[in-house]
Design a protein around this ligand. Structure first.
Ligand SMILES: [Zn+2]
Length: 250
């Protein structure tokens, strides 16, 4: 006798899968929304910059994974027949589609999304800082001007670690705000493939600076997308702390 297929046989699984799908989608949206709400609560531009640089892609990726997981449940919320062959087909299709969508989103986040982030970071970094003393806009000092306000450790760090310090000055009261930007955490645009994936991977001191002459530092860059490599020599200013900093790098 042939078995009669009862369409309601898997009803409880189907409604469970559908509910799990909704829960995942709700959760994924909450993660993304939570991130942007937290970001909007940060007042300081520099703190905002660091928060975006450090967390944005990571949070969007986590939200995406949860959303995809929801899609996988939704995809399997219409089960009417469950033979070993069907189980195999469903598992295979679910995993294959889930991974495909995940891969596409991961690529978008790693290679296209950084352009969008970069624009916002630039605006945040160069937006005039407001002096807490006068409430007026402060002035961003040039590389030459800023040295007077940085200690030797900072200058050494700027020389060796691909660190950039921005010094903002309130011209009226002399109030100074110093902000640190880490170059090795921040990718540039690749001259070869144009993606925002070009980072300092290694630095070496070619010649040590002395009190009478500048030294030379070689920065090695590599693209995380196309693998393009380049190097750039930069001048090293002499400071007594440079020796320890250079030793810490290698
Ligand atoms: Zn490249």
């Amino acid at each position: 006798m042939e078995e009669v297929v009862d369409p309601n046989k898997y009803a409880s699984w189907n409604s469970l899968a559908l509910n799990l799908a909704y829960i995942c989608w709700g959760l994924g949206i909450l993660v993304a929304l939570g991130y942007f709400i937290r970001l909007s609560l940060i007042g300081d531009n520099k703190d905002k910059y660091d928060f975006i640089n450090k967390h944005e892609i990571k949070f969007l990726w986590i939200a995406s994974i949860i959303l995809i997981l929801g899609g996988c449940f939704f995809f399997n919320a219409n089960v009417t027949e469950l033979t070993p062959v069907w189980i195999f087909v469903r598992v295979f299709m679910t995993v294959a589609f889930g991974m495909l969508v995940g891969l596409v989103i991961q690529n978008l986040l790693n290679f296209y999304y950084p352009f969008f982030i970069e624009k916002r970071l630039k605006v945040l970094r160069y937006k005039p800082r407001v002096s807490p003393k006068t409430g007026k806009a402060m002035k961003l000092l040039s590389e030459e001007e800023e040295d007077a306000y940085m200690d030797e450790g900072m200058i050494a760090e700027e020389n060796v670690f691909s660190v950039d310090y921005d010094v903002w000055k309130d011209e009226e009261t002399g109030y100074i705000k110093i902000e640190k930007y880490a170059g090795h955490l921040h990718a540039l645009q690749c001259p070869e493939c144009n993606y925002q994936t070009f980072k300092v991977v290694r630095e070496e001191v070619i010649t040590q600076p002395s009190p009478s002459s500048e030294g030379e530092l070689m920065k090695h860059y590599q693209c995380g997308y196309c693998g393009y490599k380049a190097k750039k020599a930069v001048a090293l200013k002499f400071t007594s702390k440079l020796q320890e900093s250079a030793a810490a790098v290698s």
